[in-house]
Ligand binder design. Structure first.
Ligand SMILES: C[S@@+](CC[C@H](N)C(=O)[O-])C[C@H]1O[C@@H](n2cnc3c(N)ncnc32)[C@H](O)[C@@H]1O
Length: 272
């Protein structure tokens, strides 16, 4: 019997199937998640999910390295957003009121945007720009960080851009008191800006060429302390290319969504 097993293991076909079946065990759980999500969720794009605890710790470490802020303080800011019940109920209420609710889930999870929030809380930026706002989840979160900064004595403004006139439905008072959305093509809106940008988040047209053009358009509005966050960095190497060309440092954070089939996006981070 042992001899028979040893012989069969040497067969290419047997090895092929046992290796391939083992490899599928890394993905099978995903199919179950896809099925559950198919029944439970109404989203078709820009998915909502939590990150795993370990992934949140990685995010806090990366933000703390870039900003030179203490890790525990950075994690504290991330948890401030995660535990902001007022913000969460506001987002769920705005979603319920919106005509887009048939494509949205009544939940509030920020994924990688928690890193954006921590950057705002640490950097205390005067101007934050996010290109591509969609529902406005990032907009509201960034404005909530600016409002917290205001309570601490630091004022700042948010500008979002979007080509879709229906975008940004989540952004209303009191969050809109520190932020507004500029409707139209993002590059055209960026060309009209003349204030220094402290934090720039690219998340609009996801073609590599458009993304690169956005970085080139705002290049002269950056200062030595400015940070660029690229939300397309899991798909293109445009931000890393921009960093190489302009002697900036570059890091990448990869999301690990919790209980969701989506493999996760990321944050490309450019800084001096
Ligand atoms: C991935 S979504 C943005 C998600 C958002 N940042 C968030 O945190 O949820 C991309 C958005 O970019 C907008 N967009 C696409 N092309 C654009 C362009 N040329 N100018 C401005 N916005 C654009 C789309 O209408 C869409 O709302």
């Amino acid at each position: 019997m042992r001899l028979f097993l040893r012989k069969i293991r040497r067969l290419w076909l047997f090895n092929f199937f046992s290796r391939v079946i083992y490899a599928t065990t890394y993905f099978n759980k995903k199919y179950l998640q896809i099925l559950k999500w198919g029944f439970k969720s109404k989203e078709y794009t820009n998915y909502t999910y939590e990150l795993t605890e370990g992934n949140i710790a990685n995010l806090a470490h990366i933000v703390s390295v870039v900003t030179n802020e203490d890790y525990k303080k950075t994690l504290g800011y991330i948890n401030e957003a995660r535990n902001d019940d007022k913000l969460k109920s506001y987002i769920i209420e705005q979603t319920q009121k919106s005509k887009m609710k048939k494509f949205a889930d009544l939940r509030c999870d920020f994924g990688r945007r928690l890193g954006w929030y921590a950057f705002v809380r640490i950097m205390k930026p005067k101007i934050v720009v996010e290109t591509g706002v969609d529902k406005g989840l990032g907009s509201v979160l960034l404005c909530s960080a600016l409002l917290k900064n205001k309570d601490d004595g630091f004022t700042g403004e948010y500008f979002g851009t979007d080509i879709n006139p229906d975008a940004g439905y989540l952004l209303a008072e009191e969050y809109s008191s520190v932020g507004k959305i500029l409707y139209g093509d993002s590059i055209k809106s960026l060309e009209k800006m003349n204030n220094a940008i402290d934090l720039f988040i690219n998340d609009s047209d996801h073609s590599a060429e458009y993304e690169y053009q956005e970085y080139k358009t705002i290049k002269n509005l950056l200062n030595d302390k400015s940070v660029i966050l690229g939300d397309n960095a899991h798909c293109t190497d445009m931000l890393s290319k921009f960093c190489t060309e302009n002697s900036l440092k570059y890091l990448f954070f990869q999301e690990i969504p919790k209980n969701h089939w989506y493999p996760g996006a990321g944050i490309g981070i450019a800084y001096k």
